[in-house]
Structure formats: C-alpha cells, structure tokens
Design a binder for this molecule. Structure first.
Ligand SMILES: *[C@@H]1O[C@H](CO)[C@@H](O)[C@H](O)[C@H]1NC(C)=O
Ligand SMILES: *[C@@H]1O[C@H](CO)[C@@H](O)[C@H](O)[C@H]1NC(C)=O
Length: 208
C-alpha cells in the first residue's frame, strides 16, 4: 500500500472528528441562564388541563434583570415546549442530553423564531393537535446571528420538576371521530384489496 495514503488517513479522520465535535459541541450546561419565562393559559388561568388543538398558551419571556450578562450577541428567541422530568421516565425518545444536538427534552416549537429584545415579548400559542398528554414546561433559547444557541430561560427549575403543567389530548367526540376515520380508511384499503383479488380470481376461474 502507498505510504502517502497511510499518512493522510489519520489526518482525514481528525478533520472528520473535529467537524463532528464542532456540530455537537454546544452543551446545554454552557448556555447562560439569563431569561425569565412564564406560562399561563388563556385569560391568565393555570395552564393545567390546556386542551390540545383547542386552547391557547400565553408564553412570556424577558431578559432577567438580575442576570448581569452582555446580551449584545443575542439576536433571536426560539420558544419550545418541553417534557417535565415525570414525563421522561422510561421514555428514551424524550431523554435529556447535555449535548444540545442530541437533546430530546424540547420536542415542540412554539411560534419561533422571534426577535430578541431586553423587554421581551408575549406569544399566544394555539396548542397543536399532535401534542400528547404529558407534564410540560416552556424553554426559551436565545440564538446569536450565526444561529447558535447562546442563552436560555425556562418556566421550570433545573431538575424540570417544578411548575409543570399538563396538556390534555383531543378527547371525547374528537377522539372517537379520529378513531372512526382511521378504522374507515383501513377498511376501505382492505376492501380495495378485496375487490382487486376478487376480480383477479374471478377472471382466472372464468378462463379455466
Ligand atoms: C413579539 O412577538 C411577535 C411574534 O410572536 C412578533 O411579531 C413581534 O414583532 C414581537 N415584538 C417585539 C417588540 O419584538
Ligand atoms: C398543575 O397541577 C399539578 C397537580 O395536579 C401541580 O402540582 C402543578 O403545580 C400545577 N401546575 C400549574 C402551573 O398550575
């Protein structure tokens, strides 16, 4: 084998590895906790029991005045709906990872991104129909002009156990309508195949 290749291979591997590290190097623990975030239901009620597909959440964020940070690099804010610790137990697909690109805590986007300003903003979010029942909190990520996360704030504590709220799935009539629709479409697929085979079979028997 050509020795030049052997010399180049480790170099290529190094470049490759460092590009992986560059992508995944942003750790949650490196972000500055400099925003305050709060969540209520519509009309400032408790967000507990907010109905997926029907109710709204009011999310308010601002720069924490007690946080002595240089916010000159703060450009946009991304709001996310995140799973509280009790709703992550035994669910690997919701697992928290300090490596942000691998973190599954915050699966749902809320009206984002929006411009950053110190005074903050309030966003009304109609909870999506696809949101499952769980205990949630809201996290706001601050991104810089390169789109990298640099800071955050959340409506729960660091352990993701306090101040959680529940979202109720589409229930009752809506759920049964959805189930009926699913059963009906499964039935029509099956009957389509049924007719198809029936036709094939009857053609074959008529030929015989
Ligand atoms: C507040 O957020 C809305 C979107 O939710 C955005 O359209 C508006 O420009 C924001 N206001 C300020 C002052 O940033
Ligand atoms: C929601 O209800 C649970 C108990 O059912 C309570 O522990 C929690 O504090 C409530 N959250 C909010 C934001 O009201």
């Amino acid at each position: 084998m050509d020795l030049a290749i052997l010399r180049v291979v480790p170099f290529i591997m190094l470049v490759h590895m460092s590009s992986i590290m560059a992508e995944g190097a942003t750790l949650f623990s490196e972000l500055s906790n400099s925003l305050t975030v709060s969540v209520t239901g519509a009309d400032n009620t408790s967000p507990n029991g907010t109905k997926a597909g029907a109710d709204e959440l009011l999310v308010t964020w601002a720069l924490n005045s007690a946080a002595q940070v240089d916010d000159s690099s703060y450009k946009t804010v991304e709001l996310k709906l995140c799973f509280g610790a009790p709703s992550q137990v035994d669910r690997a697909w919701r697992k928290t990872n300090d490596i942000l690109s691998k973190d599954k805590t915050c699966g749902f986007k809320i009206a984002s991104p929006q411009p950053y300003n110190r005074a903050g903003n309030t966003t009304k979010w109609l909870v999506g129909k696809e949101i499952p029942f769980a205990h949630y909190f809201v996290r706001a990520y601050v991104l810089d002009s390169a789109g990298e996360k640099v800071a955050y704030g959340q409506s729960s504590n660091a352990q993701r156990t306090s101040n959680l709220f529940t979202i109720e799935p589409i229930s009752g009539r809506h759920a049964s309508i959805d189930i009926a629709a699913a059963v009906f479409s499964a039935f029509s697929v099956i009957s389509l195949f049924g007719f198809f085979f029936y036709e094939k079979m009857s053609k074959r028997t008529s030929k015989a």
